[in-house]
Design a protein around this ligand. Structure first.
Ligand SMILES: Nc1ncnc2c1ncn2[C@@H]1O[C@H](COP(=O)(O)OP(=O)(O)OP(=O)(O)O)[C@@H](O)[C@H]1O
Length: 635
């Protein structure tokens, strides 16, 4: 029975995800420690990271995190490299032919020269076609690998504890979004650049340098002397580029975070005449981004120039010197072929420099992306956790003490609370008193520091998280809707193609939302805009309540969930909730008594943590009309 249900199982590499019209993606959505059984059929690609360019000491450990994703895309990579081999082969045949063409024309005759010319043209066309296919296959591999990385990292982000998303340790949503979008695209560009450059260029380098050695060993040796010097310069500049790229990524992420924060709050900005301030704030962040990006672009432009300068300058000087020294011992056609090979060798050398550039530029993105996936769970599920199949809704908080982090004040200190099945309980307290925190503890979004929480006399820490949360449904304080249709929002629990429309409509009727939904242009299929912005606050709340009802859980938590309803709607919703939840525990969080009077039989008074007084005392002191008599039970 014990099952680990909550943690979504990693998608195994054998599964196929529809990717595009005629494409499937073999997903390697797992960390590098996962086995890769499918590779046994192509053990060649287990060795991918051992291919010289991929285990170069110049490549950092962050690159090693990409290995499994590259390995899983062995097929398009292999096809791309075969195309690149074809392209290099065409070139290697074409170069000597091109060198011999002038002498054929003068010595053998016009006809032979034409046929050689045609062969040459065919080789050039074949090379272009092979180049095109090489790009297509290698882009496919790079994009699919980045797709797998992106989905794997997002899956891990979803698994992270709530503490990662809120509070003082919380990560900015805009930053996360930037990493998963823009920075993942940088990783795809980098992967393509590496795949497209390293092996094809290495092949071209090998073939051209072999031709040079065959044509003239001494001149080849002289030409090769430029390479070590080049590597030292590239290595040094690459490290600088890496630092600059990291800074640029951070400034871009800040910009994205800021936009993510401001745009949804446009109402507040406009109502407070905040446009000017926001504009200035944006300008400052955009300016930081501009400086960082410009610095990066300058460095990126500088590296190939320096590579070209050192290499071409050095090699030409050395070749010229040795030609003078050889006093014309080399014939003209050989010299032509040699210089052509040399010219075609410079391309791969530059290409490798460029790929190294891309790698150093992409490395911070890889690190930042995989940082999102590295964490230890704070709320852990016991290996023997049981599924809660049925819950009557009896809840006990026993000596529960909690704070949000080390060195932070206690929010709850030895809280004892017993809510019996079927009871309706209201938590009343001043702002910041800890009411929502109690709900978060009940949902195990955080664990208490001390004490325990029991559901039907079972410690909730012994239940699987999924089954526990299935039994508790929360209508949060801030109504949170997603862009999508009304029905998708109400049936959020299900995939949109599995929605039970009868249940959706029933939930909407109970929450008094059916009437206004039917008046929308497309009824239940109306898109409600970003975060439900097409609806009024009260309409959003009714949809949120309908969403909670759709889940049919034993415990319903309303966190000031009816605050935006007018009196008539609230009355209707309340009556409906009375009916539906008659046999269920209901747990109400409200800031003022008036919100819960007549709704609940019992009131729970939360101790105010700041003044160390019960709210009962506080209300009595402030004369806020603590009409506890309206509850028929005891406080
Ligand atoms: N994620 C968090 N990290 C750190 N502190 C937090 C976090 N969430 C809430 N707090 C703090 O815990 C205290 C209790 O917050 P909680 O949201 O439980 O109050 P509440 O009683 O629901 O308030 P309100 O009625 O205003 O919604 C507050 O002082 C708040 O600042």
């Amino acid at each position: 029975m014990a099952q680990l249900l909550f943690r979504p199982p990693p998608i195994r590499p054998t599964s196929s995800i529809p990717f595009a019209k005629n494409l499937t993606i073999s997903s390697s959505i797992m960390p590098s420690s996962f086995p890769l059984p499918f590779l046994s059929s192509s053990s060649l690609f287990r060795l991918l990271p051992l291919v010289p360019p991929f285990h170069s000491p110049l490549l950092s450990s962050s690159f090693s995190q990409l290995k499994p994703y590259l390995q899983s895309e062995w097929e398009p990579i292999l096809k791309g490299w075969i195309c690149s081999a074809v392209s290099v082969f065409c070139l290697s045949v074409a170069v000597p032919k091109a060198g011999q063409l002038p002498s054929i024309l003068t010595t053998v005759g016009y006809d032979k020269a034409v046929s050689e010319g045609l062969t040459l043209a065919t080789l050039v066309c074949a090379r272009s076609a092979a180049n095109y296919l090489q790009h297509v296959f290698l882009w496919e591999a790079a994009l699919k690998a980045s797709f797998s990385i992106r989905t794997y990292v997002f899956g891990r982000v979803l698994e992270r504890d709530l503490g990662f998303f809120e509070g003082n340790r919380g990560m900015d949503a805009g930053d996360v979004a930037h990493r998963l979008t823009s920075e993942t695209s940088d990783v795809a560009d980098m992967l393509f650049s590496l795949l497209n450059t390293v092996v094809p260029n290495a092949l071209q380098f090998l073939v051209m340098s072999t031709q040079m050695v065959v044509l003239s060993p001494p001149l080849s040796l002289i030409s090769a002397m430029g390479i070590p010097c080049l590597l030292i310069v590239i290595g040094h500049l690459g490290e600088r580029l890496r630092g600059i790229s990291r800074r640029a990524q951070v400034t871009a992420a800040k910009l994205s975070s800021h936009l993510n924060e401001v745009l949804p709050l446009m109402l507040v900005v406009k109502a407070n005449n905040g446009e000017m301030n926001e504009h200035l704030h944006f300008q400052r962040l955009a300016c930081e981004d501009l400086i960082a990006r410009l610095e990066k672009k300058k460095m990126k432009a500088f590296i190939p120039q320096i590579v070209q300068f050192i290499y071409i300058g050095g090699v030409i000087a050395l070749c010229a010197g040795s030609l003078i020294a050889s006093k014309g011992s080399m014939d003209a056609s050989k010299f032509l072929s040699f210089t052509m090979s040399l010219a075609l060798l410079i391309g791969p050398v530059q290409g490798m420099g460029k790929a190294f550039n891309e790698l150093k530029e992409g490395e911070p993105a890889i690190e930042r992306l995989f940082d999102l996936a590295k964490f230890d769970y704070e709320v852990t599920e016991s290996p023997n956790a049981l599924d809660v199949c049925y819950a009557t809704g009896d809840i006990k908080f026993s000596d529960v003490t909690f704070r949000y982090g080390d060195n932070m004040p206690l929010i709850l200190n030895g809280l004892n609370l017993h809510i019996r099945s079927g009871e309706r309980v209201a938590l009343i307290g001043g702002s910041g008193g800890g009411k929502t925190t109690i709900v978060k503890l009940l949902l195990r979004l955080y664990d208490p520091l001390y004490g325990q929480i029991l559901l039907d006399n079972h410690n909730i820490q012994e239940a699987t998280l999924k089954s526990l949360r299935d039994h508790i449904v929360l209508v949060p304080q801030d109504t949170m809707l997603f862009s999508g249709t009304v029905s998708e929002n109400i049936g959020y629990k299900e995939a949109s193609d599995k929605l039970d429309m009868d249940c959706v409509e029933n939930a909407a009727k109970i929450s008094n939302a059916d009437e206004f939904i039917r008046e929308l242009p497309h009824g239940y299929q109306t898109s409600i805009g970003p975060r439900g912005s097409l609806l009024s606050g009260g309409q959003r709340q009714r949809i949120a309540i309908a969403r909670a009802l759709y889940q049919k859980s034993s415990i319903l938590v309303l966190d000031e969930a009816t605050s935006a309803l007018d009196n008539k709607s609230e009355l209707l919703v309340r009556e409906a909730l009375e009916r539906v939840m008659a046999d269920h525990t209901r747990y109400c969080v409200a800031r003022t008594l008036s919100k819960v009077q007549n709704k609940c039989r019992w009131f729970l008074v939360v101790k105010d943590r700041i003044k160390n007084k019960t709210l009962l005392d506080l209300f009595a002191e402030t004369g806020d009309g603590l009409a506890l008599g309206s509850g028929s039970g005891k406080p």
